[in-house]
Ligand binder design. Structure first.
Ligand code: ADP
Length: 210
């Protein structure tokens, strides 16, 4: 039998499943953009910052351990956050695309994530890194402090978070570049919609290559 030409993609064919990371310094708008990406690309948004804040609000054992560390702007221990992410990822089904926000934040976490995903037969498919000048980040966070009152939006904790970002989190980008994972750097200054247009284009470019 001669196969007929297929003009359109078979709608029953599995859609592209992605594991993506949204990456950037504190105040770069990761959470805001992640919520938009979640809708547009039908991905599950997994934010370690949100998970930890909810643990703190519920007064769980994890929350009690994390509260003081977070309020000071420091990173919670790798093994604690690795366990949280592993249990959440284990619960995702294999047909789900996932957008990780705020994780991995250290090279050790990135290595742990790579192992977790390998066990699920998956890998990080793309990284979108938001780029915003530091002066603007601090202004945004101080403004958010007035609006949302987050415990870690004091000037001192903000400075500590910036320091941790440069010292421990920025190297995660190189980890993925070296592994050949597409890393799209996106200008994060401008209206939320404008930034999202750039983020969406970057993901489409990457997803088209998978
Ligand atoms: P931001 O990017 O504005 O700092 P997040 O909501 O992503 O906000 O994180 C808030 C805080 O939660 C961090 O400063 C840190 O204390 C803790 N945290 C979140 N994710 C991680 C992680 N992957 N590793 C260690 N600590 C984390």
């Amino acid at each position: 039998m001669v196969a007929a030409a297929v003009p359109h993609r078979d709608p029953r064919a599995p859609r592209v499943l992605l594991i993506g990371l949204i990456f950037g310094p504190p105040g770069s708008g990761k959470g805001t953009q992640a919520a938009r990406v979640e809708k547009e690309f039908d991905m599950s948004h997994l934010s370690t910052g949100e998970i930890l804040r909810s643990e703190v609000a519920h007064g769980s054992a994890v929350g009690k351990e994390a509260a003081r560390i977070m309020a000071a702007g420091d990173l919670v221990p790798d093994e604690l956050i690795d366990r949280i992410v592993e249990s959440r990822l284990g619960r995702t089904n294999p047909t789900e695309s996932v957008l990780l926000d705020g994780f991995p934040r250290t090279t050790q976490q990135a290595k742990a994530l790579d192992l977790m995903l390998a066990e699920l037969g998956r890998r990080v498919d793309f990284v979108v890194a938001l780029d915003v000048p530091e002066g603007l980040l601090v202004d945004r966070l101080l403004h958010r402090a007035q609006v949302e009152g987050r415990a870690d939006d004091t000037r001192e904790a903000i400075m500590e978070r910036m320091h941790e970002y440069h010292a421990r989190t920025a190297p995660v980008l190189d980890h993925y570049r070296r592994a050949g994972v597409p890393v799209a750097e996106v200008e994060g200054v401008g209206e939320v919609d404008e930034v999202f247009d750039r983020v969406r284009d970057a993901i489409k470019r990457v997803a088209g290559r998978i």
